[in-house]
Design a protein around this ligand. Sequence first.
Ligand code: HEC
Length: 119
Amino acid sequence: MKRNWMLRVATVGLVSGLLIWTEAQGQAGTKAQSGDVARGKALFVRNCAGCHGPQGGGDGYRLLGPDPANLTSPSTTKKSDADLLKTIHDGKPNMPAWKVLLSEEQSRDVLVYVRTLAK
Ligand code: HEC
């Protein structure tokens, strides 16, 4: 009977330990996914500001055809991360497809920085 009790305590301990561990792993995962603003800024200045402007206002150089999007306007900010990441990856008319140059993680860093411009 006593042994049974100890076994139960041990099991509870093990299970809650595992839960805490899984939780910690999950948080580490989201952190990596949520992107790094400082890295995103460096990438933005180098790759995006030419067209989208230093503050993302769409005031960089104009080509024939669609003008660079104003990344601080509601028409962009209301779009989901997934939508914007897709545009960054695949490009648009007058916008290069960045998946060739930027990793998944770098695209996310840039997007996190773009989101800060709108505030
Ligand atoms: C050669 C110019 C050019 C460069 C460089 C460029 N863009 Fe663009 N971008 C555009 C144009 C033009 C559009 C709008 C296309 C349209 O409306 O069809 C656009 C659209 C976008 C959109 C979509 C906005 C929306 O509301 O859907 C995002 C997000 C974006 N750009 C992010 C970036 C990021 C991030 C970079 C740098 C990694 C970048 N762009 C570099 C020209 C450029």
